[in-house]
Design a protein around this ligand. Structure first.
Ligand SMILES: *Cc1c(COP(=O)(O)O)cnc(C)c1O
Length: 451
Protein backbone atom coordinates (compact mmCIF):
# COMPACT_ATOMS: atom_id res chain seq x y z
CA UNK A 1 0.00 0.00 0.00
CA UNK A 2 3.04 2.28 0.21
CA UNK A 3 3.68 4.51 -2.79
CA UNK A 4 7.04 4.36 -4.53
CA UNK A 5 8.42 7.53 -2.93
CA UNK A 6 7.65 6.15 0.53
CA UNK A 7 9.26 2.85 -0.38
CA UNK A 8 12.40 4.71 -1.45
CA UNK A 9 12.62 6.56 1.86
CA UNK A 10 12.05 3.33 3.76
CA UNK A 11 14.88 1.73 1.80
CA UNK A 12 17.20 4.64 2.73
CA UNK A 13 16.32 4.06 6.35
CA UNK A 14 17.05 0.36 6.12
CA UNK A 15 20.30 0.89 4.24
CA UNK A 16 21.76 3.85 6.11
CA UNK A 17 19.99 4.99 9.27
CA UNK A 18 20.19 3.81 12.88
CA UNK A 19 17.25 5.50 14.61
CA UNK A 20 17.06 5.97 18.42
CA UNK A 21 15.25 3.50 20.70
CA UNK A 22 14.54 1.06 17.88
CA UNK A 23 14.63 -2.70 17.33
CA UNK A 24 16.38 -2.50 13.97
CA UNK A 25 15.45 -5.90 12.63
CA UNK A 26 11.79 -5.50 13.53
CA UNK A 27 11.61 -2.01 11.99
CA UNK A 28 13.39 -3.04 8.81
CA UNK A 29 10.93 -5.88 8.30
CA UNK A 30 8.06 -3.45 8.47
CA UNK A 31 9.32 -0.10 7.14
CA UNK A 32 9.34 3.19 8.94
CA UNK A 33 6.57 5.80 8.76
CA UNK A 34 7.72 8.95 7.01
CA UNK A 35 6.43 12.23 8.45
CA UNK A 36 6.70 15.02 5.91
CA UNK A 37 5.00 18.13 7.32
CA UNK A 38 2.98 19.53 10.18
CA UNK A 39 0.67 22.38 11.10
CA UNK A 40 -0.95 23.22 14.44
CA UNK A 41 -1.58 19.90 16.22
CA UNK A 42 -1.49 17.83 13.02
CA UNK A 43 1.17 15.83 11.19
CA UNK A 44 1.03 14.53 7.64
CA UNK A 45 2.80 11.37 6.52
CA UNK A 46 4.29 10.70 3.10
CA UNK A 47 1.08 9.02 2.00
CA UNK A 48 -1.01 12.07 2.79
CA UNK A 49 -2.60 10.83 6.01
CA UNK A 50 -3.42 13.53 8.54
CA UNK A 51 -2.49 12.51 12.09
CA UNK A 52 -3.44 14.30 15.32
CA UNK A 53 -0.20 14.50 17.28
CA UNK A 54 -1.30 13.89 20.85
CA UNK A 55 2.37 13.61 21.92
CA UNK A 56 3.49 17.07 20.71
CA UNK A 57 6.36 15.32 18.93
CA UNK A 58 8.19 13.97 21.99
CA UNK A 59 6.56 16.14 24.69
CA UNK A 60 8.10 19.24 23.18
CA UNK A 61 6.06 21.10 20.54
CA UNK A 62 4.25 23.19 23.15
CA UNK A 63 3.24 26.07 20.84
CA UNK A 64 2.22 23.70 18.03
CA UNK A 65 3.68 23.26 14.57
CA UNK A 66 4.00 25.92 11.89
CA UNK A 67 4.75 29.03 13.96
CA UNK A 68 6.34 31.46 11.50
CA UNK A 69 7.57 33.64 14.38
CA UNK A 70 10.02 30.91 15.39
CA UNK A 71 11.20 30.43 11.82
CA UNK A 72 11.75 34.19 11.54
CA UNK A 73 13.64 34.35 14.84
CA UNK A 74 15.98 31.58 13.66
CA UNK A 75 16.65 33.07 10.24
CA UNK A 76 17.16 36.58 11.63
CA UNK A 77 19.70 35.26 14.13
CA UNK A 78 21.44 33.10 11.52
CA UNK A 79 22.02 36.17 9.38
CA UNK A 80 23.18 38.31 12.29
CA UNK A 81 25.40 35.85 14.21
CA UNK A 82 24.93 32.16 13.42
CA UNK A 83 27.42 30.98 16.00
CA UNK A 84 29.73 32.12 18.66
CA UNK A 85 30.89 30.43 21.84
CA UNK A 86 30.54 31.37 25.48
CA UNK A 87 33.92 29.98 26.56
CA UNK A 88 36.36 32.83 25.92
CA UNK A 89 34.90 35.27 28.43
CA UNK A 90 32.57 36.17 25.57
CA UNK A 91 28.80 36.08 25.25
CA UNK A 92 26.10 37.13 22.80
CA UNK A 93 22.77 38.92 23.23
CA UNK A 94 20.42 35.94 22.60
CA UNK A 95 21.95 33.75 25.35
CA UNK A 96 21.98 36.63 27.84
CA UNK A 97 18.43 37.73 27.04
CA UNK A 98 17.23 34.14 27.27
CA UNK A 99 18.90 33.58 30.66
CA UNK A 100 17.05 36.66 31.92
CA UNK A 101 13.72 35.56 30.36
CA UNK A 102 14.03 32.14 32.03
CA UNK A 103 14.94 33.70 35.39
CA UNK A 104 11.80 35.87 35.10
CA UNK A 105 9.49 32.83 34.97
CA UNK A 106 11.54 30.45 37.17
CA UNK A 107 10.64 29.89 40.84
CA UNK A 108 11.83 32.60 43.21
CA UNK A 109 15.52 32.51 44.01
CA UNK A 110 16.47 30.70 40.79
CA UNK A 111 18.13 33.39 38.71
CA UNK A 112 20.91 31.71 36.71
CA UNK A 113 20.94 29.29 33.79
CA UNK A 114 23.69 26.99 32.47
CA UNK A 115 22.89 26.18 28.82
CA UNK A 116 23.27 22.78 27.15
CA UNK A 117 22.18 21.21 23.88
CA UNK A 118 19.64 18.75 25.28
CA UNK A 119 17.94 17.36 28.36
CA UNK A 120 20.51 14.58 28.65
CA UNK A 121 23.36 17.08 28.64
CA UNK A 122 21.43 19.07 31.23
CA UNK A 123 21.44 16.04 33.52
CA UNK A 124 25.14 15.40 32.87
CA UNK A 125 25.62 19.00 33.91
CA UNK A 126 23.58 18.33 37.06
CA UNK A 127 25.82 15.44 38.04
CA UNK A 128 28.99 17.45 37.53
CA UNK A 129 27.61 20.60 39.14
CA UNK A 130 26.30 19.01 42.34
CA UNK A 131 29.54 17.10 42.96
CA UNK A 132 31.56 20.23 42.20
CA UNK A 133 29.31 22.19 44.58
CA UNK A 134 29.96 19.85 47.53
CA UNK A 135 33.67 19.70 46.74
CA UNK A 136 33.85 23.51 46.88
CA UNK A 137 32.14 23.34 50.26
CA UNK A 138 34.94 21.03 51.42
CA UNK A 139 32.79 17.90 51.38
CA UNK A 140 34.02 15.91 48.35
CA UNK A 141 32.73 12.66 49.88
CA UNK A 142 29.18 13.95 49.46
CA UNK A 143 28.65 12.66 45.95
CA UNK A 144 25.93 10.00 45.84
CA UNK A 145 22.82 11.01 43.90
CA UNK A 146 19.51 9.31 44.65
CA UNK A 147 17.14 8.83 41.71
CA UNK A 148 14.04 6.69 41.25
CA UNK A 149 13.33 3.43 39.52
CA UNK A 150 11.54 4.06 36.23
CA UNK A 151 12.57 7.71 36.26
CA UNK A 152 13.88 9.11 32.97
CA UNK A 153 16.73 11.61 32.80
CA UNK A 154 18.05 11.06 29.30
CA UNK A 155 20.27 8.70 27.36
CA UNK A 156 23.84 9.85 27.98
CA UNK A 157 25.87 7.92 30.56
CA UNK A 158 24.87 10.22 33.43
CA UNK A 159 21.29 10.49 32.13
CA UNK A 160 20.80 6.72 32.00
CA UNK A 161 22.51 6.27 35.36
CA UNK A 162 20.40 8.89 37.13
CA UNK A 163 17.32 7.41 35.46
CA UNK A 164 15.86 4.16 36.64
CA UNK A 165 15.10 2.33 33.40
CA UNK A 166 16.35 -1.20 33.98
CA UNK A 167 16.41 -2.09 30.27
CA UNK A 168 18.70 0.89 29.64
CA UNK A 169 20.93 0.00 32.61
CA UNK A 170 21.25 -3.47 31.09
CA UNK A 171 23.09 -2.12 28.05
CA UNK A 172 26.53 -0.65 28.68
CA UNK A 173 27.13 -1.65 32.29
CA UNK A 174 25.17 1.17 33.91
CA UNK A 175 24.49 2.88 36.25
CA UNK A 176 27.91 4.32 36.97
CA UNK A 177 28.98 4.11 40.65
CA UNK A 178 27.62 6.64 43.11
CA UNK A 179 24.00 6.56 42.01
CA UNK A 180 21.20 4.88 43.99
CA UNK A 181 17.51 4.40 43.27
CA UNK A 182 14.33 4.29 45.32
CA UNK A 183 10.84 3.21 44.26
CA UNK A 184 8.52 5.39 42.19
CA UNK A 185 5.17 6.68 43.48
CA UNK A 186 3.21 4.53 40.99
CA UNK A 187 0.07 3.75 42.94
CA UNK A 188 -1.94 2.08 40.17
CA UNK A 189 0.90 -0.22 39.15
CA UNK A 190 2.60 -0.89 42.47
CA UNK A 191 0.23 0.22 45.21
CA UNK A 192 -1.92 -2.93 45.17
CA UNK A 193 -4.75 -2.59 47.70
CA UNK A 194 -3.26 0.28 49.68
CA UNK A 195 -4.88 3.66 50.10
CA UNK A 196 -3.19 6.00 47.57
CA UNK A 197 -2.25 8.64 50.15
CA UNK A 198 -0.78 6.06 52.54
CA UNK A 199 1.12 4.61 49.59
CA UNK A 200 2.48 8.07 48.67
CA UNK A 201 3.82 8.52 52.22
CA UNK A 202 5.32 5.04 52.31
CA UNK A 203 7.16 5.56 49.00
CA UNK A 204 8.34 9.05 49.97
CA UNK A 205 9.71 7.62 53.22
CA UNK A 206 12.06 5.45 51.18
CA UNK A 207 14.00 8.64 50.48
CA UNK A 208 14.72 9.09 54.18
CA UNK A 209 15.56 5.41 54.60
CA UNK A 210 18.01 5.63 51.71
CA UNK A 211 19.64 8.78 53.09
CA UNK A 212 20.08 7.10 56.49
CA UNK A 213 21.34 3.88 54.94
CA UNK A 214 23.98 5.74 52.87
CA UNK A 215 24.74 8.33 55.53
CA UNK A 216 23.76 11.96 54.95
CA UNK A 217 27.45 12.83 54.72
CA UNK A 218 27.68 10.85 51.47
CA UNK A 219 24.48 12.05 49.75
CA UNK A 220 24.80 14.98 47.35
CA UNK A 221 21.33 15.22 45.82
CA UNK A 222 17.93 13.74 45.09
CA UNK A 223 16.70 13.91 41.49
CA UNK A 224 13.12 13.39 40.32
CA UNK A 225 10.66 14.46 37.67
CA UNK A 226 7.64 16.27 39.19
CA UNK A 227 5.53 13.90 37.07
CA UNK A 228 7.39 10.98 35.48
CA UNK A 229 6.88 11.25 31.73
CA UNK A 230 8.64 8.51 29.81
CA UNK A 231 7.99 6.10 32.69
CA UNK A 232 4.28 6.26 31.83
CA UNK A 233 2.92 9.58 33.14
CA UNK A 234 3.23 8.57 36.79
CA UNK A 235 1.34 11.16 38.83
CA UNK A 236 2.25 10.90 42.51
CA UNK A 237 -0.51 10.73 45.13
CA UNK A 238 -1.14 14.14 46.75
CA UNK A 239 0.69 13.04 49.88
CA UNK A 240 3.97 12.34 48.07
CA UNK A 241 5.61 15.71 47.38
CA UNK A 242 4.75 17.31 50.75
CA UNK A 243 6.36 14.32 52.48
CA UNK A 244 9.44 14.49 50.24
CA UNK A 245 9.73 18.20 51.08
CA UNK A 246 9.55 17.40 54.81
CA UNK A 247 12.33 14.83 54.43
CA UNK A 248 14.55 17.10 52.33
CA UNK A 249 14.16 19.87 54.91
CA UNK A 250 15.74 17.59 57.53
CA UNK A 251 18.90 16.86 55.51
CA UNK A 252 21.54 18.92 53.85
CA UNK A 253 21.20 17.62 50.28
CA UNK A 254 20.32 19.28 47.00
CA UNK A 255 16.94 18.78 45.32
CA UNK A 256 16.99 18.44 41.53
CA UNK A 257 13.61 18.67 39.76
CA UNK A 258 13.94 17.40 36.20
CA UNK A 259 11.59 19.80 34.41
CA UNK A 260 12.43 18.66 30.88
CA UNK A 261 8.80 17.62 30.31
CA UNK A 262 6.89 19.52 33.02
CA UNK A 263 8.62 22.84 32.29
CA UNK A 264 7.15 25.57 30.09
CA UNK A 265 3.47 25.06 30.79
CA UNK A 266 2.78 21.35 30.58
CA UNK A 267 0.95 21.28 33.94
CA UNK A 268 -0.78 24.64 33.47
CA UNK A 269 1.96 26.32 35.54
CA UNK A 270 5.32 27.43 34.16
CA UNK A 271 7.05 24.52 35.93
CA UNK A 272 5.94 21.27 37.51
CA UNK A 273 7.65 22.50 40.68
CA UNK A 274 5.21 25.44 40.74
CA UNK A 275 2.31 23.03 40.30
CA UNK A 276 3.40 21.00 43.36
CA UNK A 277 4.80 23.88 45.41
CA UNK A 278 8.30 22.40 45.41
CA UNK A 279 11.41 24.56 45.75
CA UNK A 280 14.27 22.73 44.00
CA UNK A 281 17.90 23.80 43.89
CA UNK A 282 18.49 22.80 40.26
CA UNK A 283 16.05 22.38 37.40
CA UNK A 284 17.19 20.68 34.17
CA UNK A 285 15.12 21.94 31.22
CA UNK A 286 14.88 21.22 27.47
CA UNK A 287 11.98 20.12 25.19
CA UNK A 288 9.32 22.86 25.62
CA UNK A 289 12.07 25.50 26.03
CA UNK A 290 12.20 25.82 22.22
CA UNK A 291 8.96 23.91 21.52
CA UNK A 292 11.31 21.42 19.86
CA UNK A 293 11.92 23.67 16.83
CA UNK A 294 15.65 23.45 17.51
CA UNK A 295 17.61 21.53 20.17
CA UNK A 296 18.40 23.26 23.43
CA UNK A 297 18.56 22.46 27.12
CA UNK A 298 19.86 23.95 30.32
CA UNK A 299 19.93 23.87 34.09
CA UNK A 300 18.27 26.60 36.15
CA UNK A 301 20.26 27.08 39.35
CA UNK A 302 19.29 28.46 42.78
CA UNK A 303 21.12 31.56 44.02
CA UNK A 304 22.82 29.83 46.96
CA UNK A 305 24.32 27.22 44.63
CA UNK A 306 25.55 29.96 42.31
CA UNK A 307 27.18 31.74 45.26
CA UNK A 308 29.10 28.56 46.06
CA UNK A 309 30.09 28.02 42.41
CA UNK A 310 31.42 31.58 42.43
CA UNK A 311 33.95 30.49 45.07
CA UNK A 312 35.08 27.36 43.20
CA UNK A 313 37.48 28.64 40.57
CA UNK A 314 36.92 27.48 37.01
CA UNK A 315 34.09 25.01 36.43
CA UNK A 316 35.64 22.72 33.81
CA UNK A 317 32.41 21.98 32.00
CA UNK A 318 30.51 23.13 28.93
CA UNK A 319 29.56 22.36 25.37
CA UNK A 320 30.46 23.87 22.03
CA UNK A 321 26.77 24.62 21.58
CA UNK A 322 26.01 25.83 25.12
CA UNK A 323 23.61 28.75 24.62
CA UNK A 324 23.79 28.49 20.81
CA UNK A 325 22.62 31.88 19.49
CA UNK A 326 20.10 30.47 17.00
CA UNK A 327 18.59 28.11 19.57
CA UNK A 328 18.53 30.93 22.13
CA UNK A 329 16.76 33.25 19.68
CA UNK A 330 14.14 30.58 18.99
CA UNK A 331 13.69 29.88 22.72
CA UNK A 332 13.27 33.59 23.44
CA UNK A 333 10.60 33.90 20.77
CA UNK A 334 8.93 30.70 22.01
CA UNK A 335 8.77 32.12 25.54
CA UNK A 336 7.35 35.35 24.15
CA UNK A 337 4.57 33.42 22.39
CA UNK A 338 3.81 31.37 25.52
CA UNK A 339 3.67 34.59 27.58
CA UNK A 340 2.02 37.07 25.26
CA UNK A 341 -0.59 34.69 23.90
CA UNK A 342 -1.45 33.58 27.43
CA UNK A 343 -0.97 29.95 26.41
CA UNK A 344 -0.03 28.65 29.88
CA UNK A 345 -2.93 30.52 31.51
CA UNK A 346 -5.35 29.17 28.92
CA UNK A 347 -4.16 25.61 29.59
CA UNK A 348 -4.74 26.08 33.31
CA UNK A 349 -8.10 27.87 33.12
CA UNK A 350 -9.68 26.18 30.16
CA UNK A 351 -8.19 23.49 28.00
CA UNK A 352 -6.54 21.31 30.67
CA UNK A 353 -9.71 21.02 32.77
CA UNK A 354 -11.60 20.21 29.58
CA UNK A 355 -9.04 17.61 28.43
CA UNK A 356 -8.92 16.01 31.88
CA UNK A 357 -12.71 15.75 32.16
CA UNK A 358 -13.03 14.20 28.73
CA UNK A 359 -9.98 11.94 29.23
CA UNK A 360 -11.54 10.47 32.38
CA UNK A 361 -14.61 9.42 30.36
CA UNK A 362 -12.32 6.81 28.80
CA UNK A 363 -12.13 5.05 32.19
CA UNK A 364 -15.52 3.54 31.34
CA UNK A 365 -13.99 1.60 28.48
CA UNK A 366 -13.72 -2.16 29.15
CA UNK A 367 -9.93 -2.12 28.50
CA UNK A 368 -9.13 0.85 30.72
CA UNK A 369 -8.25 0.26 34.38
CA UNK A 370 -7.41 3.87 35.13
CA UNK A 371 -7.52 7.17 33.23
CA UNK A 372 -5.35 9.81 34.92
CA UNK A 373 -3.76 13.11 34.05
CA UNK A 374 -2.68 16.58 35.07
CA UNK A 375 -2.60 19.65 32.84
CA UNK A 376 -1.73 18.54 29.33
CA UNK A 377 -0.56 15.00 30.10
CA UNK A 378 -2.61 11.86 30.48
CA UNK A 379 -2.33 8.09 30.79
CA UNK A 380 -4.62 5.09 30.31
CA UNK A 381 -3.81 1.78 31.97
CA UNK A 382 -4.85 -1.11 29.71
CA UNK A 383 -5.89 -4.15 31.74
CA UNK A 384 -7.58 -7.48 31.26
CA UNK A 385 -9.53 -7.20 34.48
CA UNK A 386 -10.56 -3.76 35.69
CA UNK A 387 -11.38 -4.95 39.22
CA UNK A 388 -8.17 -6.88 39.94
CA UNK A 389 -5.93 -4.73 37.64
CA UNK A 390 -4.74 -7.98 36.07
CA UNK A 391 -2.65 -7.24 32.93
CA UNK A 392 -2.79 -9.13 29.67
CA UNK A 393 -0.51 -12.14 29.73
CA UNK A 394 0.77 -11.59 26.20
CA UNK A 395 3.02 -8.51 26.08
CA UNK A 396 2.52 -5.89 23.41
CA UNK A 397 -1.06 -4.76 23.86
CA UNK A 398 0.20 -1.20 24.21
CA UNK A 399 2.02 -1.48 20.88
CA UNK A 400 -1.09 -3.01 19.33
CA UNK A 401 -3.14 -0.06 20.51
CA UNK A 402 -0.46 2.35 19.25
CA UNK A 403 -0.67 0.73 15.80
CA UNK A 404 -4.46 1.19 15.78
CA UNK A 405 -3.91 4.83 16.75
CA UNK A 406 -1.52 5.51 13.88
CA UNK A 407 -3.91 3.81 11.48
CA UNK A 408 -6.78 5.96 12.77
CA UNK A 409 -4.83 9.21 12.51
CA UNK A 410 -3.74 9.65 16.13
CA UNK A 411 -0.34 9.55 17.85
CA UNK A 412 -0.57 8.07 21.34
CA UNK A 413 2.57 6.59 22.84
CA UNK A 414 2.69 3.17 24.50
CA UNK A 415 4.80 2.60 27.63
CA UNK A 416 4.29 -1.11 28.18
CA UNK A 417 0.52 -1.42 28.66
CA UNK A 418 0.07 2.27 29.47
CA UNK A 419 -1.10 4.62 26.71
CA UNK A 420 0.04 8.20 27.18
CA UNK A 421 -0.62 11.64 25.70
CA UNK A 422 1.03 15.03 25.95
CA UNK A 423 -0.56 17.20 23.23
CA UNK A 424 0.60 20.66 22.12
CA UNK A 425 -0.51 23.25 24.69
CA UNK A 426 -2.39 25.12 21.96
CA UNK A 427 -4.82 22.26 21.30
CA UNK A 428 -8.41 23.56 21.07
CA UNK A 429 -11.52 22.09 22.67
CA UNK A 430 -12.73 20.83 19.27
CA UNK A 431 -9.37 19.15 18.71
CA UNK A 432 -9.59 17.60 22.19
CA UNK A 433 -13.00 16.19 21.20
CA UNK A 434 -11.39 14.68 18.12
CA UNK A 435 -8.54 13.26 20.22
CA UNK A 436 -10.99 11.57 22.61
CA UNK A 437 -13.18 10.21 19.81
CA UNK A 438 -10.15 8.75 18.05
CA UNK A 439 -8.71 7.33 21.27
CA UNK A 440 -12.01 5.60 21.92
CA UNK A 441 -12.08 4.13 18.40
CA UNK A 442 -8.54 2.82 18.88
CA UNK A 443 -9.40 1.30 22.25
CA UNK A 444 -12.42 -0.39 20.62
CA UNK A 445 -10.25 -1.79 17.83
CA UNK A 446 -7.70 -3.04 20.39
CA UNK A 447 -10.45 -4.61 22.49
CA UNK A 448 -11.76 -6.46 19.42
CA UNK A 449 -8.28 -7.98 19.00
CA UNK A 450 -7.80 -9.13 22.58
CA UNK A 451 -11.08 -9.51 24.46
C1 LIG B 1 13.42 13.74 27.33
C2 LIG B 1 13.90 13.83 28.72
C3 LIG B 1 15.25 13.99 29.02
C4 LIG B 1 16.32 13.91 27.96
O1 LIG B 1 16.26 14.95 27.07
P1 LIG B 1 16.99 14.79 25.63
O2 LIG B 1 16.81 16.15 25.03
O3 LIG B 1 16.29 13.68 24.92
O4 LIG B 1 18.40 14.48 25.89
C5 LIG B 1 15.61 14.19 30.33
N1 LIG B 1 14.70 14.22 31.30
C6 LIG B 1 13.39 14.06 31.06
C7 LIG B 1 12.42 14.15 32.18
C8 LIG B 1 12.95 13.84 29.76
O5 LIG B 1 11.66 13.64 29.52
Amino acid sequence: MSDSQTLQWQALGRDHHLPPFTDYKALNAKGTRIITRAEGVYLWDSEGHRILDAMAGLWCVNVGYGREELVEAASRQMRELPYYNLFFQTAHPPALALAKAIADIAPQGMNHVFFTGSGSEANDTVLRMVRHYWAIKGRPEKKVIIGRWNGYHGSTVAGVSLGGMKAMHGQGDLPIPGIEHIDQPYWYGEGADSDPEAFGIRIADQLEQKILELGEERVAAFIAEPIQGAGGVIIPPDSYWPRVREILARYDILFVADEVICGFGRTGEWFGSDYYGNAPDLMPIAKGLTSGYIPMGGVIVRDEVVETLNEGGEFYHGFTYSGHPVAAAVALENLRLLREEGIVERVKAKTAPYLQARWRELAEHPLVGEARGVGMVGALELVKNKRTRERFAEPGIGMLCREHCFRNGLVMRAVGDTMIISPPLVISEAEIDELIAKARQCLDATARDVL
